[in-house]
Write a protein that binds this ligand. Structure first.
Ligand code: 5AD
Ligand code: SF4
Ligand code: FES
Length: 367
């Protein structure tokens, strides 16, 4: 298709070896209808060409909300005493895995708060081995910061992907979003990402959009960080307040709530155009700000969706943010809902395939 001048402009900036934060900010600010359309169609062109219009399902099992951290933005923070803490039993997790298998999902994501106990590590390894012995499912873990040895054990058990969002690539901002207690250190997080890559995981990272104190320049920095770290998978989502956290009704916003969805979509599009064959999730948080938020994510370049398989009775106990959707819909209702949503935007679900990020194979071949 003939390119418009806006599209030439975007392509020139994003393909230049001297791409900088200023260029990215100028794209992040493109919020007219015409500019959004231009960005969207460029992202879809790259998506079609490099990863096809296939959406991979990762069945999400939120298996423990016990967390040693106290992030200022998150409803599961240790200081939020209003949370009913739980850990699913092995049987409950295996039942969710059964559902994923029966419904031909390629992969699972096992997510939890951060627990560094020996008991937790043993539990995760046992569960991963059990699932792998039963089914040919790809397994992603998302259990926060752990020692390199623990990450090794996770990998040896059969998990081959790991998600750890950097949250923000700015060390200064990272300090403003977390308490100063030695448990929340930017460099530790960075080192965890490095360990995960070294061990051989397919690594996912990402950030939030619209957290107090954050600016457009910071978000441009996040994009450059994800490029430079060469991560294979990305999860980006708008920040949503939770009343049990210090960031509730903060006065320190520079990015208003109304801007966050559009900005997240532009960020996804930029990542798709820039990084091409990575996997990008269309996150549930987008759906909080717009009924069609996840569909829009797919139409701006995302290619992964995480249907929630957490047993209904525990969904209300896993609120990273408020107004989380699907608190009363079980796995099969969410499955049907998502099938319809994906069909409505003309995409196909990659049933029965792991859907590994092609970027990983390219990265490990050349590095
Ligand atoms: N709004 C949106 N996303 C959040 N997360 C944590 N708290 C919030 C919030 N209030 C995100 C973090 C974390 C991921 C599991 O959820 O980025 O890494
Ligand atoms: Fe714990 Fe993760 Fe929430 Fe931080 S964001 S409080 S590490 S669950
Ligand atoms: Fe859960 Fe729509 S995704 S009901």
């Amino acid at each position: 298709m003939e390119k418009t001048s806006i599209q030439y402009n975007i392509m020139n900036m994003l393909s230049s070896p001297s791409l900088n934060k200023r260029d990215i900010v100028s794209i992040l600010k493109m919020d007219t209808r015409e500019e959004m359309d231009a960005l969207q169609s460029l992202a879809m062109e790259v998506k079609q060409e490099r990863v096809n219009r296939i959406v991979y399902f990762r069945g999400l099992i939120e298996f423990s909300n016990q967390c040693r951290k106290n992030c200022f933005y998150c409803g599961l923070r240790k200081g939020n005493k209003g949370v009913n803490r739980f850990r699913l039993s092995e049987e409950e997790i295996l039942k969710a895995a059964d559902f994923a298998h029966e419904n031909r999902y390629g992969s699972l994501v096992l997510q939890s708060g951060e627990d560094q106990s020996e008991d937790f590590t043993d539990f995760v390894c046992r569960v991963v081995k059990q699932i792998k012995s039963r089914y040919d499912l790809g397994i992603t873990l998302s259990c926060g910061e752990q020692s390199e040895e623990t990450y090794h054990r996770f990998f040896e058990s059969g998990a081959h992907r790991y998600l750890l969002r950097i949250e923000t690539a700015s060390p200064d901002l990272y300090e403003k979003w977390h308490p100063e207690d030695g448990k929340h250190r930017f460099v530790t997080r960075l080192n965890c990402l490095k360990s995960l890559k070294k061990i051989g995981f397919q690594v996912g990272s990402g950030s939030m959009v619209g957290v107090p104190y954050q600016t457009y320049e910071d978000i441009a920095g996040d994009i450059l960080f994800l490029r430079d770290m060469r991560v294979d998978m990305m999860g980006i989502g708008p920040f949503i307040e939770h009343s049990g956290t210090p960031f509730y009704r903060s006065e320190a916003y520079s990015i208003r709530q109304e801007e966050r969805l559009g900005l997240t979509l532009r960020m996804i599009a930029i990542l798709r155009i820039l990084l091409k064959d990575v996997n990008i999730a269309s996150t549930t948080a987008m759906q909080v700000l717009d009924k069609f938020g996840r569909e829009k994510g797919l139409l701006f370049g995302a290619n992964v969706i995480m249907p929630n398989l957490t047993p209904l009775i525990h969904r209300k106990d896993y609120l990273l943010y408020e107004d989380k959707p699907c608190l009363n819909e079980d796995a099969s209702q969410c499955n049907n809902c998502l099938e319809a949503r994906i069909a409505s935007v003309g995409e196909t679900i990659g049933y029965g395939e792991w859907g590994d990020p092609l970027h990983f194979f390219r990265r490990t071949k050349t590095s």
